[in-house]
Design a protein around this ligand. Sequence first.
Ligand SMILES: [Fe+2]
Length: 289
Amino acid sequence: MPVTELSYIGLLSSDRDGWASILSEIVGMQRIPDAQPRTDYYRMDERDYRIFVETSETDHLGVVGWGVNSMEALDALSERIAAAGVVVDEGAADLIAQRGARAIRCFTDPEGYKVELAYAPPATEAPFASGRPISGFKTGELGMGHVVLHCAKYRENVSFYHKVLGFRISDYIVWADADATFMRCNPRHHSLALLNESLGMESGALNHIMFEMKSLADVGRAYDLVLDRKYPIIMTLGQHSNDKATSFYFVAPGGVGIEIGWNGVTIDNESEWQVAKYDSTKLWGHRMD
Ligand SMILES: [Fe+2]
């Protein structure tokens, strides 16, 4: 598979301080303030960063960064994308330096989301220092977590990620007015889910980002902190039907959903995996009222 992981996410926000409280004090990331002008970087593991938040007048998703593990993979994938009729730009030198990457390719997916492909092995040897005491994030070969995006051109965008970028389909969930496809690029059940315009959200909307903890206690303590600080809850603690993760969801600046989870399944034997279609996202909990 050419894309190997969800490598990083860039956010634009009018409330960098709000993000700082959530990402470092609640989620437990390490904040690297002002590493670039008006931008905070956040570490979750041995990587230089996994999230960056740049000051902006409006709140929205800046870029989704997908990782590849060689220059050859980067070039091969870029050729496939270009052959599909999507313009691929070589990242400028200052962007490559900003990202701490060896090389970057930039394009816009059929829906209009900005995407970067990055070959960016870790550059720092400084150990990860969590923002609060946690057992840590489940990352490594599984990447930083998952991202879920709404699409007006839902089928077209699913086809692009599946057929051009090489993501594999894990399963589908169709519920209420929502139709979602869950896709993987490594053993994590899904690094990307795309869904139609639904649940009151339109094209361009980042439904949520998921971070997976190494222990249920880390999720529980984050839940306590979210309740104590009265952040709006999107869904209470519950368990998903498809990836079996136990998680909860709350609202970050700009209406972005944050899911903090534990124990999602990994697909270690590709040949045995059966693609299923579910009619509910949950086994229990995940209440919205
Ligand atoms: Fe999720």
